[in-house]
Design a protein around this ligand. Structure first.
Ligand code: 3PG
Length: 209
């Protein structure tokens, strides 16, 4: 976990990579890396997602290439086989946590209540995703949860954007924010990968403030 945590602490932003074509996924990743973001979450939301993940992990060994939207133990095993160096899931699934732990791969499951966070804590996890962050209370719920779970660090995701990124990052327990705003569908469809590099640079500039 520590190498991943170091990168998350440095960049504080985790872009989602979603594509139905590995070649496009590589271009998206290249654009994000050019903008300075080196922790990439490839989401399992297309039929080609595992191929995209594998292609990115092979092409950019210097980056932290993880898998997101991982829903089951079976999918956890599949993404580890394809080279994921970390796993993110929308909710908390004990079987997925077991698979990741057995493979010594960091897993950040999504939680949205104190009960789910307590369950994650009792599984030994100290880094979780808050999802969907903006709908379950945003920075306020993070402050409330972190005053109780004092050794937990959060990656809020869901509704994070350049307009509220600094509010999330100002919460001391927030390690990094995730989001799809860095890889807009329109820019990808237009082949405008320079726009993705600009968004990555903008996010880093906000995070460094
Ligand atoms: C996720 O998978 O974490 C969310 O879909 C990201 O939410 P966003 O699209 O609002 O950034």
């Amino acid at each position: 976990m520590s190498k991943l945590i170091e990168s998350l602490e440095a960049k504080r932003v985790v872009p989602l990579v979603q594509s139905d074509d590995p070649k496009t996924a590589l271009k998206i990743s290249e654009a994000l890396l050019a903008g300075g973001l080196d922790v990439l979450e490839v989401v399992l939301r297309t039929d080609a997602a595992l191929d995209c993940l594998e292609a990115i992990a092979k092409e950019f060994p210097e980056a932290h290439v993880g898998a997101g939207t991982v829903l089951s133990a079976e999918q956890s095993k599949a993404v580890i086989e394809r080279g994921a160096s970390f796993i993110v899931s929308p909710g908390l699934d004990a079987a997925s946590v077991d698979v990741a732990s057995a493979a010594a791969i960091p897993i950040l499951p999504g939680i949205s209540t104190a009960t789910e966070l307590q369950q994650a804590w009792n599984m030994g996890l100290r880094t979780v995703k808050l999802f969907p962050a903006s709908l379950v209370g945003g920075p306020k719920i993070l402050k409330a949860l972190s005053s109780v779970f004092r050794d937990v660090r959060f990656m809020p995701t869901g509704g994070v954007s350049p307009t509220n990124l600094n509010e999330y990052l100002a919460v001391p327990a927030v390690l990094a924010c995730g989001g799809s705003w860095l890889t807009p569908k329109e820019a990808i469809e237009a082949g405008n990968f320079a726009a993705i590099t600009s968004l990555a640079k903008e996010a880093i500039a906000i995070a460094q403030k």
